[in-house]
Design a protein around this ligand. Structure first.
Ligand SMILES: C[S@@+](CC[C@H](N)C(=O)[O-])C[C@H]1O[C@@H](n2cnc3c(N)ncnc32)[C@H](O)[C@@H]1O
Length: 343
């Protein structure tokens, strides 16, 4: 018996013609779970992003190029290593280095990584393994978990999470570029049981009490209603499951936040920057138990910097050159912290 109000993905015929083969494939690992989430919602949200891709001459061209390189079994790596800092793969001879490099350039900017794809070193803005090394000791290790990465960008942490042998790992990110980057990488890496759903954190109510573990990093300070976003994470978690939320924070010992009137570190959409202590308050208010916070100190330019595949301004441009403890706007410079709680 399926739960009332939930629609099996298999009886949502729009899904198939909707995304075309390449991007549809990122939803396919969801099929065995179709009785447990709101498939119509997933279809509706995916369609929105799919239409944005089709309407943009830029993204539509790139979509076709990704589909050409990444079609079928031809693109599968003969060997993949997810254990090192750079996720690496031996790329099949059918994928020419020049074509792959040019496609990756057209998909700029690459945020999470790095990746070594054959001869191509995809040097991303963030050296995400440094974040992984900080947060991975906090992650509960249980067999067959259903895990999510909300705000997953191109999926670097999803591939890392797959080292835990989850039943399924689902990445959520509403940005077109992220969907295309994920599809390209996954066509090569073909990590099992990995899905990408182009939806944001507030759409997580399509997955009621679905996950054993949710990772949500670098997202909360972009949310206007942080309590609502944390509530969505809570509601999508099964009883006994955990949510780990990581964020830029301001260095206060008290549960204080700052809401910059204009920009914070040149970001237009950083609404409220929490402190580590205020992350704890948010989690307790949402109903989480066994809440634990870790502060990691200042974010540094060894971890976040511009590269050839992220050739725009980065952290060093966001800090005051004469005083790196403040942003260019005069706010406290970003530190990072993470909070974990059990439902
Ligand atoms: C600062 S990046 C963090 C990426 C990665 N999670 C990390 O920690 O390195 C924020 C990510 O959230 C995504 N994003 C934007 N709006 C979102 C939303 N409403 N819900 C979830 N993610 C969102 C962005 O596309 C981007 O990939």
């Amino acid at each position: 018996m399926r739960a009332a109000g939930l629609t099996p993905l298999s009886v949502v015929p729009e899904l198939y013609p909707m995304t075309g083969h390449l991007l549809h494939k990122t939803l396919t690992p969801l099929h065995p779970f179709h009785r447990e989430f709101h498939a119509h919602e997933v279809v509706r949200e995916s369609r929105k992003v799919w239409r944005l891709i089709l309407r943009s001459p830029h993204w539509n061209e790139i979509r076709k190029s990704v589909a050409m390189i990444a079609g079928g079994e031809r693109s599968r790596a003969s060997s993949v290593d997810l254990t090192h800092d750079a996720i690496s793969a031996i790329v099949p001879g059918t994928i020419e280095y020049e074509k792959l490099t040019s496609l990756c350039r057209s998909l700029i900017s690459w945020r999470t990584g790095p990746y070594q794809l054959g001869e191509l070193y995809l040097d991303t803005e963030w050296r995400s393994h440094m974040k992984w090394d900080r947060i991975s000791p906090m992650i509960p290790r249980k067999p067959n978990m259903r895990v999510a990465d909300v705000g997953c960008s191109n999926g670097y942490f999803l591939h890392k999470l797959s080292l835990l042998n989850p039943e399924i790992a689902i990445g959520f990110d509403p940005v077109e570029r992220c969907w295309l980057q994920f599809a390209l990488l996954q066509a090569i890496l073909q990590t099992p049981n990995l899905a990408f759903v182009p939806m944001g954190v507030l759409s997580l109510n399509a997955f009621p009490q679905f996950f054993d573990f949710i990772l949500c990093m670098g997202v909360i300070y972009h949310q206007r209603d942080q309590a609502l976003a944390v509530r969505r994470l809570y509601d999508a978690t099964r009883s006994g499951g955990h949510v780990l939320l990581e964020s830029l924070v301001v260095p206060h010992d008290e549960p204080l936040t700052i809401s910059p009137p204009n920009r914070y570190a040149k970001m237009r959409n950083a609404w409220t920057i929490p402190s580590a202590a205020s992350l704890e308050t948010l989690f307790r208010a949402a109903g989480f138990k066994d809440v634990e916070v870790r502060s990691f100190g200042p974010l540094n330019t060894a971890e976040q910097r511009s590269t050839t595949f992220a050739p725009y301004e980065s952290l060093s441009d966001f800090l005051d050159p004469s005083d790196p403890t403040t942003t260019v706007e005069g706010h406290p410079a970003p530190h990072t912290a993470a909070v974990i709680g059990r439902k």
